[in-house]
Design a protein around this ligand. Sequence first.
Ligand SMILES: [Zn+2]
Length: 229
Amino acid sequence: MSHNGVLFLDELPEFTLQVLDSLRQPLESGETSIVRANYRVTFPSRFQLIAAMNPCRCGMAGEPGHACKRGERCVTDYQGRLSGPFMDRIDMRIEVPAISAADMITVNHGEASEKIAQRVLRAREMQAARTKDAMADPDLAERLKSSSGFTNASASAALVEIIAAPDAGGEKLLRQAAETMKFSARAYHRILKVARTIADLDGAETVGRIHLGEAIAYRSVNSRLAIAA
Ligand SMILES: [Zn+2]
C-alpha cells in the first residue's frame, strides 16, 4: 500500500523480527514476493522507509541527569532488536534530542517548506537528466539495463558508480572511512547515492569530500530516528 510513497514505522524495535526481516527484500528490489505451495505472486513495493525509535525501552537514555533503571542493558537490549543486515539498509540515521519547554518558547522559523520543495524538485530534475544521459550511452547500455527509474535512489550499483563517481578528495575520504568503519558493499553504494543527492541539492556537478563526509556521518550515527533514502 505504500508503493511510490512513504512507509512510516513508529517505535521500530517493537516490530517482530519477522516483520522487520520481511522489509529487506522490498527495500533492496522494490518488490514483494509472496510464495505459497502452488504459486508465487510479486507486488511492486518501492517506498521510502521512515522509522522512529527511542534510544532504549524506557525512552530516556542519553537525557542529561537520567540513569536507566536497568543500566546499560536498557540501551543495548533495545537497539539489539534491530539486526545488522536490517540496519545496513538504513541510509540516514539522525539523533533527535528531546524538546524542552524552553525550546518551545524560543521562536525559530527556519527555512520555508516551499523553498525546500523547489530545491528538491531541481535536484530531481538534475537526476533525471543525468540518468537519461548515462542510459542513452550505447557503451553503457548493457551494464545499466538493471536500473529502473530516474532518481539516485532507484539507480543500480553499476549506474551509481558512474553518476556518483567522487573527485580525488572525496575518493580519499571514502577509502579511509571504508577501512575504519568496515562498510559492506551495499553500504558503499548507498553512501555514494546519498552523497550524490547531497551534491545535487547543493547544485554541485561533482561529488566532493564535503558531500561524502555528510553521507558517511548519517550512516554512523547511533540513532533514534532512521530514514532509508
Ligand atoms: Zn532506558
